[in-house]
Ligand binder design. Sequence first.
Ligand code: SF4
Length: 417
Amino acid sequence: MCVKKALRMLEDEDESGAHSESLKGPAMSATSISSAERLSAVEELTTLPLRGENPYIRDWKESGGRVFGYTCSYVPEEILYAEGQPSRILPIRLGAQGTTTTDDADIHMHKFLCSYCRCVMQLALTGEYDFLDGVVLTNGCEHMRRTFEIWRDQVEPPFVTMLSVPHRRDGDNHFQWYRDEITKLTDEIGKKYGYLPSKESLRSAVRTYNRYRELMLELYGLRSIEHPKLTGSEAMKITQAGYCMPKEAFNERLATAIQELNERPGITDARARLMVGGSYIDDPWFIDIIESTGAVVVTDVLCTGRKYIEGMVDETLEPVEAIARRYFQRDPSCPRMVDGYPERIAFTKRLAQEAKVDGVVFERITFCDSHTVENLMESEDVEELGIPTLNLEREYLGGDKGRLKTRVQAFLEKIGK
Ligand code: SF4
């Protein structure tokens, strides 16, 4: 059954204005898409296509919505998602899963640049992201800054901008800088598409995203219990699905997935409980490598994982102010920030102890400046707790899986697992 037919059936079913009204905007109910293919929520979220072939993205665009891509966790999704009706903006986090080469990107980017950035650029240059109406990047690191410049000059999307994020969080002037950048972003989108977010649409987006964080924390809770209800690989796939679906629809499917997971008996034969931290990961192959040894990844301190859902937006404050404070001042921060290490390591230690891990695997993408230093500092401090750590260097593309697996195996033997 095609989605449009499902839509028409829902409209026929319910003539009351309110319900059919919500069907008009691109905010689709998850039920209509998944029921058509009779997938359980866990199945759907762990197998969802992540780019142009994603049914939620496709329907959002077919219903008049726009799709904006972003990479960094300092881009405030609520500000994009709250944009005025009828053509809302769906923010999706740009991954590069399935990239097999960076030949085109390497024409513009030096090989000493982060391979995640080169892979995302490869997809952009070869049309995989042509469905995007806009791109919002940040000065997260010099590699990302270069990605912005090439995306702007070589891909020329309808809308592209850089959100400049200060490298320090202390003092009002740094916060005001970030706050002004959000205003600039809103104005730029307003000028281009002729509308600005209403206070009510901002508050509604804040409520939706806080609900998303609550549900994701519940999902993480099912990972770190004595007998985890899901593997680290499944958790990463579900998390990635959340980055490319309308949040209302994702929240609906995630709530169902959590019910389904609660019915599982739980993993009772894990060889070891591990935590992962470090550079950007959106492709589960690295977690699959670790779990192919019999270990289970029961939590993480990744900016695409647990770190991203930490901290609610305060619903009592003026929405833009509240959103800016949550994104800029939240702990743990990104290691690109020159301040905030004590809060970052405290967070890593807390999660490792709460999840009762047997070890922590710190990974970094070659040439990733932010995590090269941070991983070594954190692993030293975590070992003071008596928790062994392993530091691994890797490429985004995953060319050296055999070596990485051998390293993890040796680590497990070393810690007696
Ligand atoms: S993984 Fe590291 S180098 Fe790559 S974009 Fe993120 S912070 Fe920058």
